[in-house]
Design a protein around this ligand. Structure first.
Ligand SMILES: Cc1ncc(COP(=O)(O)O)c(C=O)c1O
Length: 309
């Protein structure tokens, strides 16, 4: 349905890496599709297949005003020919509030704007039952595609690489991508995760997702022993960034022509280079999983007058 072959593994040649004998590779999931980019198709793929197999009308999901996940769901469902409904946080919003919502509406997503108070119950059984009653015959996907199907979609990312890296770096929001990657991590690798939310309990969240997805607690604990959490790179919290981060991203873009975004991927690469210096890392191979986010990144670049994508 979408072109996974576009997601190449690209080697990055930079002096500060070469002098430490570090081989850095980037898994370019950002190249999969313009709207269904990065980890979005990974998390939607099996959800879409499930929706089709169950002969539902389409997918109902949740997101904020600038949600990459909402747009990706709208684009994927539109391309595949099934319906999509987006439950949006904020009753004051309309389809004209921003570019993301406009694009969702153009892709024929039915947008339902609800209050923040009501949205807070999005994962509650009673609210989901209400939605099923109102919109029968839709497959309900949690915010950010964070369910079993999302997890197994993300499990495939490493299987398209040599999977022999010492370290794998990836951003964390809901943890679906990192938890999926961890399921296929090879014996010799360690997973380094960078949560973009302040005060986020990465390990507890990953464990929760595993348990909800039917993975046994003892196996989940075993897997989670191989995770290192780099907690100090949220830059103030979700959606926040600093000029130091934007400077770093601009320089990286100038050197490599690889686009980043300041909400997820920019923070991870900043963390990666900082960690190399602080921990005096040498002589190893590292894979950074580029999870996309470029459409949001472009909006911020325009607003800030920056060139990093
Ligand atoms: C561009 C980008 N990178 C990383 C993430 C974090 O992924 P996850 O929510 O699976 O932890 C997200 C959120 O989905 C995202 O939009």
């Amino acid at each position: 349905m979408f072109n996974i072959e576009n997601s190449i593994v690209q080697k990055i040649d930079l002096d500060n890496l070469n002098k430490r004998f570090i081989k850095l590779f980037i898994k370019r999931d950002d190249l999969i599709d313009e709207n269904v980019s990065g980890n979005k198709w990974r998390k939607l793929h099996y959800n879409v297949e499930h929706a089709i197999q169950l002969k539902t009308e389409g997918i109902l999901t949740f997101g904020g005003a600038f949600s990459n996940h909402l747009l990706a769901t709208a684009a994927a469902c539109h391309k595949i020919g099934i319906k999509s409904i987006g439950i949006v946080r904020g009753e004051e919003l309309t389809i004209d509030s921003n570019e993301t919502l406009k694009k969702c509406a153009l892709l024929e997503m039915k947008l339902v704007f609800i209050s923040r108070d009501r949205y807070a119950f999005k994962n509650e059984k009673s609210f989901q039952e209400e939605l099923s009653y109102e919109y029968p015959n839709f497959h309900i996907v949690p915010e950010g595609g964070s369910n079993y199907y999302g997890l197994i979609g993300c499990q495939k990312i490493l299987l398209e690489t040599p999977n022999d890296y010492k370290y794998i770096f990836v951003a964390q929001g809901t943890t679906t991508t990192s938890a999926g990657i961890l399921l296929s991590l090879s014996e010799e690798s360690k997973l380094c995760v960078v949560p973009v939310l302040k005060g986020f309990d990465s390990i507890a969240e990953m464990k929760n997702l595993y348990i909800q997805s039917g993975i046994e607690a003892t196996y989940a604990n075993e897997l989670l022993n191989r995770v290192e959490v780099l907690t100090d790179y949220h830059f103030g919290g979700y959606g926040k960034y600093t000029s130091q981060l934007l400077d770093f991203m601009e320089q990286f873009f100038k050197q490599t022509k690889i686009p980043l975004d300041p909400i997820y991927t920019g923070k991870v690469l900043f963390a990666l280079f900082d960690w190399i210096e602080k921990e005096n890392i040498r002589n190893c191979s590292i894979l950074f999983v580029h999870t996309g986010g470029i459409q949001g990144g472009k909006m911020i670049a325009k607003k800030e007058g920056r060139t990093y994508c």
